[in-house]
Design a protein around this ligand. Structure first.
Ligand code: SF4
Length: 88
């Protein structure tokens, strides 16, 4: 699923927060996560366990991965529970 948008709309911080996503700030990319949508399929954890680690607080650390790789992993999320906004 395309992690850069919801439906036809490009992600904005305002729209993501309004829809219940929580923000995990990174230097080059912010990651957003909505626990109500997550189906716990685990693609994210398998995709990069340094960034996505269940049980850690915070469980997402964006800067533990490169922005391009974070984008790649987020796009493997089948439910849309993960979104991103690239910076710069
Ligand atoms: S890939 Fe998406 S649906 Fe699966 S565990 Fe990660 S956030 Fe949840």
């Amino acid at each position: 699923m395309d992690g850069s948008r919801i439906g036809d709309a490009q992600n904005t911080e305002e729209s993501l927060l309004a829809q219940g996503y929580r923000k995990y700030t990174g230097e080059d990319i912010d990651i957003y996560y909505n626990k109500d949508i997550c189906a716990h399929v685990g693609n994210c954890v398998r995709g990069n366990p340094a960034v996505f680690e269940v049980g850690r607080r915070p469980w997402i650390i964006a800067d533990n991965g490169g922005a391009d790789d974070n984008e790649r992993v987020i796009n493997t999320c089948p439910t849309g529970a993960l979104k991103f906004i690239r910076k710069n």
